[in-house]
Design a protein. Structure first.
Length: 320
């Protein structure tokens, strides 16, 4: 499937393939929820297809059918054994071994590594050797929402393709066109804000009713700031939530409060507001930089630091 906001990248890569200028390695990046894996699969399908030299994959040839079935012998998909875990060196070694062999039924050997930033150091070093000595007619696609976490030695050996979020109008129109439950525009806009403008992620939030817990998050955080909630107990309860969404929501709410008070020349803006904002930003950075973090401990630390940064009469919900 090709999404409307992927058209430019698809045309560029298709043209490179048709002109026999396709790089041996690509880093496909962009915020979560833009369909990077879908685009990567379409690129791979085109490369493996027997008929798609100047067109999209035909979907009818043997290579297309085998790839669609998920068991093409010349394609590899490398991902963690469990969500959130690391990609291990053994997985990359297996990929390297496969790429030293001749092709089975296609003219190319392809691989998708997702999420690439989850490779541990040993796996990254092993992949680097494959990038330094690429075989002919091979294509590696590294999908990453955090390409800055990849070693510079890997980034420098890959062509970088970044998916950008569509305009708010385009995103809303796309969500409204999808079959299923209809949503109010204000709900769609809130979901897009939490999803950093990514339509697929926003639709996922809407369809799973994930937005319903945000009101409870605001109440919980007010209780923390008021000193009437136990951070240890609350951190255990928050583990069931997507922490990146929680932090982004709290950041947006506090940002709205700050902007509103600035516009109104309000004297209620106090250093506490900025201190809480700093706590949110710092915790978000920690969340983005580590694969093996202790989620409960991180939440508890965030709550305690937020409590310590405010005065006894400050609350998160005021002036919102």
């Amino acid at each position: 499937m090709l999404y409307p906001w992927q058209t430019e990248q698809w045309r560029s890569l298709s043209l490179q393939h048709e002109q026999q200028r396709l790089p041996h390695a690509i880093i496909l990046s962009g915020v979560n929820g833009l369909g990077q894996l879908s685009l990567a699969n379409k690129i791979v399908a085109k490369v493996l297809c027997e008929q798609s030299v100047t067109s999209a994959p035909c979907g009818l040839c043997h290579n297309c059918q085998v790839f669609a079935a998920g068991n093409h012998p010349d394609h590899s998909f490398v991902a963690p054994d469990e969500s959130g875990k690391q990609i291990k060196i053994e997985q990359i070694r297996e990929l390297k071994q496969k790429h030293t062999l001749t092709t089975n039924i296609a003219k190319w050997k392809t691989a998708i590594i997702w999420p690439a930033e989850n490779m541990n150091i040993s796996a990254s070093n092993s992949l680097l050797k494959l990038l330094e000595e690429p075989q002919s007619n091979t294509l590696l696609i590294l999908i990453s929402v955090k390409p800055q976490l990849l070693p510079i030695t890997i980034r420098s050996r890959c062509q970088k393709i970044s998916l950008t979020v569509p305009t708010n109008k385009q995103a809303i129109e796309w969500i409204e066109e999808q079959e299923g439950k209809t949503y109010k525009e204000i709900e769609i806009k809130q979901a897009l804000s939490l999803a950093n403008g990514a339509p697929i992620e926003a639709l996922s939030l809407l369809s799973s009713d994930s937005l319903e817990f945000l009101e409870q998050i605001a109440k919980d955080f007010n209780a923390v700031l008021g000193g009437v909630a136990n951070p240890v107990i609350l951190s255990q309860q928050w583990q069931k939530y997507d922490l990146s969404i929680v932090l982004h929501y709290l950041q947006l709410k506090l940002k709205q409060r700050l902007i509103k008070n600035i516009k109104n020349s309000s004297n209620s803006i106090v250093p506490n507001d900025w201190a809480i904002y700093d706590c949110i930003i710092n915790t978000t950075k920690l969340l983005s930089s580590s694969h093996n973090l202790n989620k409960a401990l991180l939440i508890e630390q965030f709550m305690v630091e937020s409590m310590n940064s405010i005065s006894s009469n400050s609350t998160f919900g005021r002036n919102n």
